[in-house]
Design a protein around this ligand. Sequence first.
Ligand code: XMP
Length: 519
Amino acid sequence: MENMQHERLLIIDFGSQVTQLIARRLRELNVYCEIHPYQKVTDAVLAEFAPKAVILSGGPDSVTREGSPRAPESLWDLGVPVLGICYGQQTMMTQLGGKVVSGHGTSEFGRAFVKPHGKLTLLDGWFLTEKEQVWMSHGDHVSEIAPGFEVYGTSPNAPFAVTADVARNFYAVQFHPEVHHTPNGAKLYENFVRLAGFTGDWTMGAYREQAIAAIREQVGDKQVICGLSGGVDSSVAAVLIHEAIGDQLTCVFVDHGLLRQGEAEEVVTMFRDNYNMPLIHADEQDLFLGELDGQSDPETKRKIIGKLFIDVFQKYANGIEGAEFLAQGTLYPDVIESVSFSGGPSVTIKSHHNVGGLPEKMGLKLVEPLRELFKDEVRALGRELGLPPSFIGRHPFPGPGLAIRCPGEITREKLEILRKADAVYIDQIRKHGLYDDIWQAFVAILPVRTVGVMGDGRTYDFACALRAVTSVDGMTADYYPFTHDFLGETATRIINEVQGINRVTYDITSKPPGTIEWE
Ligand code: XMP
């Protein structure tokens, strides 16, 4: 991804789990950066990259081990500000003449508090209270700082928590300012890029331009296929790629009969009619529902859906001549990797990913333009691309769809009832202005009938559960605290408007111990 127009910051990655968060903090400051694995940053690469500043990430190795990773020696003569974090701090000290020790008593994991020791521009805005919370995660520590460095912050277990050689603009911190548990960490990055002279010329618009150029370069004149689920990630990926290569992109939307009310029409109208994208609407409801007939075990249901998805996608994709690439809306949190996402070893895609396994089977290469982004950044990119706000703000919807919201056996009758109840529930949430406060909301139809009385008659219908959770990433979640008035009004509407349901419950389980979906 060459782009000489922007001021560039280089992150040398030593394999930390949170290196990508550094990039994210920098993008929030409108600073363009690239992450390169340490193995690839030779003196020549460094000179060609011409960074305005360099950050050395954390990493799992120990600088005391022979042959452990190092920054290129020419870095110290480049004349640009350098910030070393955790392992980056330790290699910096080692390379510049300090000492690092490992072994018993040198490690520190979790929350710690740093106290000031003199004044440092890097820490402007810090220490408004007497100490700052930071996140430590290190096995080794610096025992002697390099010549020219001074101490500017200490913690009980890290006498060299913050050090700097101000004359040379070298800064070193033992903790991780990029993580959420260092609440004032963003300020530290802001100070660093300010003292490096960045003007903040990097925006989502610029990201879009660069991503488009990169897609064109990768794909050339070949064909790309994209599995469209109607979710935000695959939608943004499709629109971006379409903007880059136009009709070389064909989207395949698999309708497995487990979609919500009106969903298939919405997706097809939006992409085929509004965006004029080549789109295959694969109506495979009979196939999926037929194979699922009589199945009640959650894992069996998931496996059937996953396998059929691949079969069906492959069937349609085979019909697209010259397809060499498969586009996916993989986000950074989906990327599980050991060293680095850029140029490191190949990635493992989440096992529940709908088209996971396809690339190997079909011999396709991946196009993943969102691999460096987090969910909220994808939404910002979607806005930048002009996707309607209502589409961008949609709650996540799982690949197996309503199948996992219909515990036990799936029947067309139950699915129909579920769709109607879900539509009423979401309508209620929207009417009360709560949709955007909620991470995900849906109805699950329960495999139980209960007795009720409506008018003067006895009823024997299904019970359903309403689910609504708040979450940051879907990994943990809490139930949404609706008012009793809202719940009462919604239950009444569902029972009145949806034939087949005579009892409504509200699921108040958090995750953990529950999961968001019912299966
Ligand atoms: P759970 O139920 O595990 O869900 O708490 C966490 C988030 O992941 C979504 N989810 C899936 N998404 N394929 C998907 O694309 C799946 O198989 C799948 N299972 C769960 C779920 O909707 C929630 O947002």
